[in-house]
Design a protein around this ligand. Structure first.
Ligand code: BV8
Length: 243
């Protein structure tokens, strides 16, 4: 199916984007469902938007958390977690903030853009406040326990730098990957979009899974067109059966 056998000792990396969560019901950024109340998501997920109207941005994240909390991991997330559980060397590097890889049971995860269920002080105090899918909106803490300033989502907004530790961890893993699956990303948000090339240049076999071609398709050894929730379980099923 992917044009190459998957070996037991393969170091397998999944580089995922919003499309892997589409079948869970989480709106993608650039699909027709990507807008929120008439605002373009990329206009709200910025430090400028938070500085000029923190209440609107915080309301947007409360709305997104509620919507995501009602979603569940889909067979794509579950197939990845099952492969890791079966003892394969699997790592997930995700652009998604929806926590669905973690909820499906994946353990080895780099969340390049953060996690919508983590908060941090907008004034820079250290420390992360963890909430969950079951935290009621009215119970989401608003103020930093140290300095009293507003808490903001522990998320990388457009125009913000990614956490250097996450970038280094992703680069290291991708330099030591035998088989890379690029799943459900439009390949337009940098620097995440460029990370797949690290694995390619290091000799990895690259499989893209998407419902359409992307700027990454030329680099991939094979592009499988279709929903990730149908394709990924099919690819991994023989490996899981052999267990
Ligand atoms: C930074 C958290 C340094 C927020 C997000 C270099 C070149 C060009 C631009 C830049 C560059 N360097 C920096 C930039 C600017 C910017 C950028 O890339 N802009 C883009 C829009 C052009 N990047 C940044 O600002 C980054 N910071 O580089 O710092 C710097 C600092 C200052 C000035 C310059 C540089 C930070 C980027 C992080 C932004 N935060 N998320 C939040 O969510 O609230 S990114 C956001 O987009 C989400 O995390 C999302 O995951 C991500 C990427 O999008 P995708 O995951 O690809 O999702 P998308 O909707 O686009 O596509 C979905 C895909 O799935 C489609 O292909 C679709 O076909 C497919 N699909 C749909 N259904 C399915 C499916 N596939 C399979 N199965 C299905 N069922």
């Amino acid at each position: 199916m992917i044009g190459r056998e998957i070996r037991r000792d393969d170091r397998i990396t999944i580089l995922s984007g919003a499309g892997i969560s589409a079948e869970s019901g989480v709106p993608t950024f650039r699909g027709e469902d990507g807008l929120w109340k008439g605002y373009d998501a990329t206009q709200l997920a910025t430090p400028e938007a938070f500085a000029s109207d923190p209440e609107k941005v915080l309301e947007w994240y409360i709305w997104r958390r509620k919507m995501i909390a009602d979603c569940s991991p889909n067979p794509a997330h579950e197939a990845i977690a099952a492969l890791e559980d079966a003892g394969y060397d699997v790592a997930v590097i995700t652009q998604n903030i929806d926590n669905l890889h973690r909820r499906s049971g994946s353990k080895t995860i780099v969340e390049l853009h953060g996690n919508i269920f983590k908060l941090r002080c907008s004034g820079g105090c250290r420390g992360i406040t963890q909430i969950s899918e079951t935290t009621a909106p009215e119970d989401v803490p608003r103020d930093c326990p140290t300095c009293g300033r507003l808490l903001r989502p522990h998320i990388v907004w457009f125009g913000e730098f990614l956490d250097p530790d996450d970038i280094v961890a992703a680069q290291h893993r991708l330099s030591n990957t035998d088989l890379l699956f690029i799943v459900g990303t439009s390949g337009v948000v940098h620097p995440a979009a460029g990370l797949g090339y690290i694995a390619k240049e290091a000799g990895a076999y690259v499989v893209e899974i998407n419902i359409g071609y992307t700027p990454l398709s030329d680099m991939a050894d094979v592009t499988l067109l279709g929903p990730a929730g149908q394709i990924l379980p099919k690819i991994f099923a023989p490996l899981l059966k052999a267990q």
